[in-house]
Each structure stands twice: as C-alpha cells, then as structure tokens.
Design a protein around this ligand. Structure first.
Ligand code: TYD
Length: 208
C-alpha cells in the first residue's frame, strides 16, 4: 500500500503524514514514512541544490530533471523494496508535486512535465493521495511563523496560487486516487478524516 500526501506550502501535510504513520503502526502495520525531495545520498545533494543554494539560478528544466532524478532513485532503491516486503509506505510529496510545481508553477510544457513526472515513478502510482487543501495565504502565514523557509517558499503569492489551482485540476481528474481534504481545520479533525479513508482503503486493498 502506497500513500502520498500533497498540498501547498504550510498545508500541514507533513504533520498529517506523521500522525497517519503513527496510527497505522499502532494498529499493527509495518509503516515507513519518507519524503521528497531528499532521500539518500543523491537526494540530499539534489535537495540542497534545488532548495537551499540561493546563489544558484536553476533553469526550470534543470529543476524538473533534478526532481525526477531524485524520485527515480527513491522509488528504485527505497520505496519499491519496502512495498515488496509488505510494508505500507507513506510519502510526503511525490510525482503530483512535479506535475503541479514544474508544470503549473514553473509553466514548463505540461505534456513534457507529465511525461517525465510519470516516467520518474517507474510505474509506481500511489494507491491513495491525500491533498490537503488550504488557502495559499493561510499556508504561507503558518510557514512564516515556523521559520523554516526554502527557495520555493519565497516565490511570489501568484506562484503558490498556480500550485493550488494545479492541484485542484488534477484532483478533479483523478477523484478515486486523490482525496481532497479541507486542511483549514483542527489537526485532530483532519487526522480523523484521513484515518478513516486510509483504513477503508487498506482493508479494500487487502481483500482484492
Ligand atoms: P520541503 O521543505 O520539503 O517542504 P514541504 O513539502 O513542506 O513544502 O520543500 C519541498 C519543496 O519542493 C516544495 O516547495 C515543493 C517542491 N517540489 C517541487 O517543486 N517539485 C517536486 O517534484 C517535489 C517533490 C517538490
């Protein structure tokens, strides 16, 4: 079972991914929580290059290639082996982030972005994706109070609006996989909704 979390900056998806991982572990599943970008040796370098090096002006196409390279290694060397061992893998951001950030945000050719993003999954599509939906301003305000700001977070408001619109579009196209969750609520309320959807999907999958 492969579960991913998506959303705009400050939408609380990392908190929710962690809460779901803890809950599923508590009820007896073997769970691995991971995130993108930044898994493994190459991932750490790529993450630094894309998100932290403020002196480096990356071309959007280079950025796309780097996110995809990061994902290929992550899927091949970490996620797939865990799934094959029967674990539940929860990933904080995955290929939908590429589709939306590089396609809608950076305005690269959408067909090319979709193709590369899909190829970088090595045909591993999530069973379920939680899209935490929140007004962009609310998310950015939360981030500022947290203080942990990357290059991407510093993009103008319009960029983040494009990201949110992009997410809404893909959620509309794949309503079975992508579950829109109202993230403008109390953490526990959000968790309860995610928990019941996840548990139902896990039990459906185990029967199929
Ligand atoms: P990060 O600090 O990991 O945090 P968060 O997921 O909480 O925002 O930032 C990762 C950034 O990288 C985020 O701004 C989204 C962006 N990103 C892309 O642009 N494309 C991608 O394919 C992925 C995985 C992330």
């Amino acid at each position: 079972m492969f579960i991913t979390f998506e959303g705009v900056e400050g939408s609380g998806k990392s908190t929710q991914a962690k809460l779901l991982a803890e809950l599923l572990t508590k009820i007896g599943h073997k769970v691995t929580l991971t995130r993108e970008p930044g898994w493994g040796q190459l991932g750490e370098l790529i993450r630094k290059v894309i998100l932290d090096e403020r002196s480096l002006e990356l071309d959007p196409f280079s950025e796309l290639c780097l996110f995809c390279a990061d994902r290929v290694q992550h899927v091949r060397d970490f996620i797939k082996p865990k799934l094959q061992a029967g674990e539940i893998v929860i990933c904080d951001r995955y290929y939908d982030s590429t589709v939306v950030y590089q396609g809608n945000g950076r305005k690269l050719d959408k067909r090319l972005v979709n193709k590369m993003a899909k190829a970088s999954t090595l045909e591993l599509i999530p069973d379920i994706t939680f899209l935490l939906n929140l007004p962009v301003r609310t998310g950015l305000t939360r981030l500022q109070s947290r203080g942990d700001i990357t290059k991407m977070d510093e993009e103008p408001l319009e960029f983040h609006e494009l990201i949110r619109q992009g997410y809404m579009l893909i959620a509309g196209r794949e309503p079975n996989r992508i579950k829109k969750i109202n993230a403008d609520r109390d953490i526990v309320e959000i968790h309860n909704e995610i928990r019941s959807i996840a548990i139902e999907s896990i039990s459906l999958k185990s029967k199929s």
